[in-house]
Design a protein around this ligand. Structure first.
Ligand code: SIN
Ligand code: FE
Length: 288
């Protein structure tokens, strides 16, 4: 069962003790969720109007590109909206420096997203349906083994929690699907990259992770019967999780911020817990 490890941090720039840093690192790498129940992201009075699903084109997320600072996913390309999301990106970076200093030399900043659309009742294809248990892996963004670390904050103005399901361990998931995972077709990575389907080379690791993601989501019996429990994240709380490792599904909730970080496994405290190393051990081959 995925454990929830809570820390009493209240400010984004709070100085964390070595014990808190150690607890967070071990918990995350061990496949737990680190919950900061008292870390809120307050919006100012003029920003409350952004808690509106109509701002998000096609009922999706609004996100900030860390390279050029451009906003994507909203026709209302308002500077104050961009500023609010950028403030979350900066707050996330500050927290990371305090809580996970070990990651600072190697971590890379990914996109920041604002999710003002209610999750419950949203319609998508099965592959994009995040109400199904899955580990994160994205067709167009290969990580080549880097970790996907995500920080979330529920900013619902009333009491609506973000409701997730949390599933079994990464090794449990991997062992279950191992017999039905197949090897990449020789040469396919180069073709995908040449066609612009992937932004960088899809490694054997990415290939296996995409299959895990898809096979979990497509398997109705697994969705119903896999070991799992429901976890509610209250408004005013923040949580961190390695979403490439922890089986998760978002069932309900509205108004969320999310920051993605990528970490090369060499930057981890213990790389043997990474999905790359677990898959390599189970498949008895290198997945570069
Ligand atoms: C996900 O990462 O699958 C969705 C998380 C969320 O929007 O709550
Ligand atoms: Fe996900």
């Amino acid at each position: 069962m995925t454990e929830i490890v809570s820390l009493p941090i209240e400010h984004w720039d709070e100085t964390c003790s070595p014990q808190q840093q150690d607890t967070a690192l071990r918990a995350l790498e061990g496949g737990s969720v680190v919950l900061l129940p008292h870390l809120a992201f307050p919006l100012d009075a003029t920003e409350l109007r952004f808690l509106d699903p109509r701002l998000a084109d096609a009922g999706k997320n609004i996100s900030l590109n860390p390279v050029d600072g451009a906003l994507q996913g909203s026709r209302d390309n308002l500077e104050p909206l961009r500023g609010m999301i950028e403030r979350y990106a900066k707050s996330s970076a500050t927290l990371l420096r305090q809580l996970l200093p070990r990651y600072v030399p190697t971590i890379q900043t990914g996109r920041t997203s604002f999710r003002p659309v209610e999750v419950e009742g949203r319609t998508t294809s099965w592959r994009k349906d995040d109400t199904r248990l899955h580990v994160d892996s994205f067709p167009s963004s290969p990580t080549q083994g880097r970790r996907i670390l995500r920080l979330f904050t529920n900013v619902h103005p009333a009491s609506r929690p973000r409701t997730w399901r949390l599933g079994e361990s990464f090794e449990g998931v991997a062992r279950r699907y191992l017999p039905s995972l197949h090897r990449p077709v020789w040469g396919s990575s180069a073709v995908l990259q040449a066609l612009g389907i992937t932004k960088s080379r899809r490694s054997a690791y990415d290939h296996f992770m995409l299959q895990l993601h898809d096979q979990m989501k497509a398997d109705a019996a697994y969705q119903a019967q896999a070991p799992q429990h429901t976890q509610e994240f209250a408004p005013g709380s923040t949580w961190l999780v390695y979403t490439d490792q922890v089986s998760h599904a978002a069932m309900a909730g509205q108004h969320l911020f999310e920051q993605t970080f990528y970490l090369p496994i060499e930057g981890m405290g213990d790389a043997s817990t990474s999905p790359l190393r677990v898959l390599e051990r189970l498949l008895r081959r290198e997945l570069v």
